[in-house]
Design a protein around this ligand. Structure first.
Ligand code: BG6
Length: 476
């Protein structure tokens, strides 16, 4: 039986900080933590031009902008890699900060300090025998591109992305095992600012035309960097990624089940269908027409998508969702999209419903649909941790969450699903992408900092660290 590679993952904007050494301002650097705003608020969806103006006028070390600090990984990378190696991870997933390499996105040459930063990390991982998974772009783009083009609204952004991505693939091709062109590509639909750098209007109106064309340009960019990597003989495999929500129908009625089919198509499969099969799903035409979207797609685009599909399909999974035509039901938060409450499930403090078997159901569905190896690119528990009187963090809740989800991943493999790797999200505590909080922690390594950037930023392994280390060792 194939062995799952056990991994851990972080993203540059949530982890690095280091808003200096030549790094440019990016979209995440403009986001403020606002107390008591939950995930499904406008904070995660759209920022306005006024928000961006205020961010630009603030001091670079203003603690109200938590992504400027991250977990201070830009300084702590060496000791963090020590934790990564001590854990015995098979594979580590990290992302490249676009604005650290190309501060505005328009430079011809990359920032040498930025290149050196990733040189060291990638070299250290390769030297330690840990496979390297690079997310070329995870949520953050240089703010100068937003100023000029309105984020991914414009086709020219494909070339700016490709300049950065080609540099990344050229430079690190010998040491990288997996390339992911864009994190959770379907997230641009739910969170246009994070996913596509699209700024909102003052009434936060939802601009389907920009969003679906932006997603299309991102998919063309993904296919073109895949082509480039293959043309130059880069050794890494190319991965696509979507966020999955594992929908259940609330009632066993045809209506709720029909809604389930539509929700899965638009929320979950849309982009994976394009990147894994090279074709837009049959359902897209009607959806686009219903929302008045004319897609800027050419015959050449269709050829690019068809000839450069991904090798591996990956997904993030945190909780399952319920759908129903009954709109009066109570809604609860989830990753990226709110859902209906499932009375049979417990939930995290942030209201995300915990459903380990949902991971196995999703793994089957993804594998069955695409028949390519799959990866669980993100899974984990966002929780508050406290340092106990004995100076340790007893996060049994996290161990229990991870253990139950990993068990389901292994069961899926036994049932024939080809799972290449599983990644614990935010393996070292990082700032939450949804709610901008440091105190919503996923890591097995604690970072001593709070939501307002106070703390020493020192690292402390949690009980889950020792548990994961032993789990990996016993699964070799
Ligand atoms: C995924 C993102 O959607 O969910 C991550 O790829 C994010 O960047 C993760 O951190 C968990 O969400 P949150 O909002 O708890 O950080």
């Amino acid at each position: 039986m194939k062995r799952i590679l056990w991994g851990g993952a972080t993203a540059a904007s949530q982890y690095e900080g280091g808003f200096y050494d030549g790094k440019g301002m990016d979209t995440q650097d403009c986001r403020r933590w606002i107390p008591r705003l939950s995930n499904d608020t406008i904070q995660t969806r759209l920022l306005t031009e006024a928000d961006i103006r205020n961010a630009k006028n603030s001091r670079s070390d203003d603690c109200r902008f938590p992504f400027r600090m991250g977990s201070r990984g830009y300084e702590y990378w060496e000791s963090d890699l020590h934790y990564i190696t001590s854990l015995g991870l098979d594979v580590y997933r990290l992302s490249i900060s676009w604005a650290r390499l190309f501060p505005t996105g328009f430079e011809d040459q990359p920032n040498p300090e930025g290149v050196m930063y990733y040189d060291r990390i990638i070299r250290t991982l390769a030297h330690a025998g840990i496979k390297v998974f690079i997310t070329i772009n995870h949520y953050a783009m240089p703010i100068a591109i937003v100023d000029k083009y309105g984020g991914w609204r414009h086709r020219d952004v494909i070339d700016l992305y490709l300049k950065m991505a080609k540099f990344v693939v050229d430079r690190w091709q010998e040491n990288v095992d997996y390339w992911l062109p864009v994190n959770e590509i379907n997230s641009g639909y739910f969170s246009p600012y994070n996913g596509l750098g699209i700024i909102g209007t003052i009434d936060y109106s939802y601009d389907y035309r920009s969003i679906f064309n932006g997603l299309h340009y991102q998919m063309i960019a993904s296919a073109l960097i895949t082509k480039y990597g293959r043309d130059i003989g880069a050794r890494g495999k190319f991965v696509c990624m979507v966020s999955c929500f594992d929908y259940y129908a609330l009632h066993p009625t045809p209506e709720d089940n029909m809604k389930l089919v539509h929700d899965e198509q638009i929320n979950q499969w849309w982009c994976a269908d394009v990147l894994a099969t090279g074709e837009y799903g049959y359902y897209t035409e009607k959806f686009l027409a219903d929302h008045g979207v004319v897609l800027d797609i050419t015959d050449k685009d269709r050829g690019i998508l068809r000839s450069n599909t991904c090798d591996i399909v990956s997904f993030s999974y945190y909780s399952s969702s319920i759908c129903s035509v009954d709109e009066k039901r109570e809604q609860v938060p989830g990753n990226l999209v709110p859902t209906l409450r499932n009375a049979s499930l417990e939930a995290t403090e942030w209201g995300w419903q915990i459903d380990p078997m949902g991971l196995r159901i999703t793994a089957h569905k993804v594998y069955d649909r695409y028949r390519k190896p799959i990866m669980v690119a993100e899974n984990g528990l966002g929780a508050r941790d406290n340092v106990d009187s004995d100076g340790r963090i007893h996060d049994n809740y996290r161990i229990s969450y991870l253990e139950r989800h990993m068990e389901q991943a292994e069961l899926a493999v036994r049932e024939g699903v080809d799972i290449e790797a599983y990644f614990v999200w935010g393996i070292i505590d990082i700032v939450s992408a949804g709610s901008c909080e440091m105190e919503k922690r996923y890591g097995v390594v604690y970072v001593d900092a709070d939501n307002e950037g106070r703390g020493t930023y020192k690292r402390l392994p949690k009980d889950s660290f020792y548990w994961y280390r032993d789990f990996i060792a016993s699964h070799r």
